[in-house]
Design a binder for this molecule. Structure first.
Ligand code: HSE
Length: 303
């Protein structure tokens, strides 16, 4: 296929289930996966990722073809080259980067011109919940609620002055298994505990009232059961308290735990990173900020 079009989609990692905002509140982060889709005749070729994902079942590929069919496009092959920095199965939204990449690439290559909000709806249908895909597409912090096929969401600008340290162990957690652990019901007191904190968290992050964060990030919906999947949970909690993090929370379904600090700069991160490698040698620390833009696309013409 001569002069076929290619598009590169760069998608941010995300922290879903932000504090008490289970399945609805997420943050886009400055860690990225990049996907180059090129139309070609008949074949699907995938490279740049783990062998087990280099096939037609690759989530970015299936998401692409989901949209391609939805858009009524005629059959095509596709070549996909991936560059990934987001660890798989870590709670930083690596699956969502694939879904978002596939949906956005199809929108561009099929020349559909759908808005980002419309793409959030399609991506949520594929992913099952909006709290990763919405910030991955829209950037910043996003509160998103699904009602039937519709997504009601707001993008919020978090006040400047925060520094995040994402701590990831050398094992992964399957979101499917982590969802199986969720309780069937919860008490009225726990519902009240979370509902107030969602409002407090959003308003504190937007207004820069960071002294509220210690209470605002707490959660009783998923953290009590999912923390059991993190072998070093008690050590991580002690570590966060010892280094005086403003708050900490399980990112997505874990096992990454994100520590929240008032911004003390790179030297401070280096110090925390050294302390993490001493206290928790199987854990990797990443200094992350908020991604303000969401997924970006670049169209390239190939010969
Ligand atoms: N809200 C989702 C869950 C995020 O906790 O299952 C997982 O990526």
């Amino acid at each position: 296929m001569k002069n076929s079009k290619s598009v590169v989609v760069k998608v941010p990692a995300t922290a879903a289930n932000l504090g008490p905002g289970f399945d609805s509140l997420g943050l886009a982060l400055t860690l990225y996966n990049s996907f180059e889709f090129s139309l070609q005749e008949n074949e699907v070729e995938v490279s740049g990722c783990r062998e087990e994902f280099c096939n037609t079942e690759n989530l970015a590929v299936t998401s692409f073809f989901h949209c391609w069919k939805l858009f009524g496009m005629s059959e095509t092959g596709v070549s996909l080259k991936i560059k990934s920095d987001v660890p798989v199965g870590s709670g930083l939204g690596s699956s969502s980067t694939c879904v978002v990449a596939g949906v956005m690439a199809a929108n561009i290559l099929a020349e559909k011109g759908l808005s980002r909000e419309e793409l959030v709806e399609i991506a949520t249908e594929i992913e099952g919940h909006p709290d990763n895909v919405a910030p991955a597409i829209l950037g910043k912090m996003v509160i998103a609620v699904q009602e039937n096929q519709n997504i009601f969401c707001n993008v919020l600008t978090v006040a400047t002055g925060l520094q995040f340290v994402a701590m990831t162990p050398n094992y992964s957690v399957s979101t499917e298994k982590a969802r199986e652990l969720l309780p069937d019901s919860l008490s009225f007191a726990d519902a009240v505990f979370n509902v107030g904190r969602v409002g407090l968290l959003i308003s504190s992050l937007v207004n820069g009232n960071f002294h509220n964060l210690q209470a605002a990030f707490k959660d009783r919906l998923h953290e009590p059961c999912r923390s059991k999947l993190i072998k070093e949970w008690d050590d991580v909690c002690n570590f966060a308290e010892n280094v005086r993090a403003e708050a900490f929370f399980i990112s997505g379904s874990g096992p990454t735990v994100i520590l929240v600090f008032q911004d003390n700069g790179k030297a401070y991160f280096d110090k925390i990173q050294n302390q993490i490698s001493e206290a928790l040698p199987n854990w990797t620390a990443r200094e992350l900020r908020i991604d303000w833009q969401g997924a970006r696309t670049k169209l390239v013409k190939s010969e």
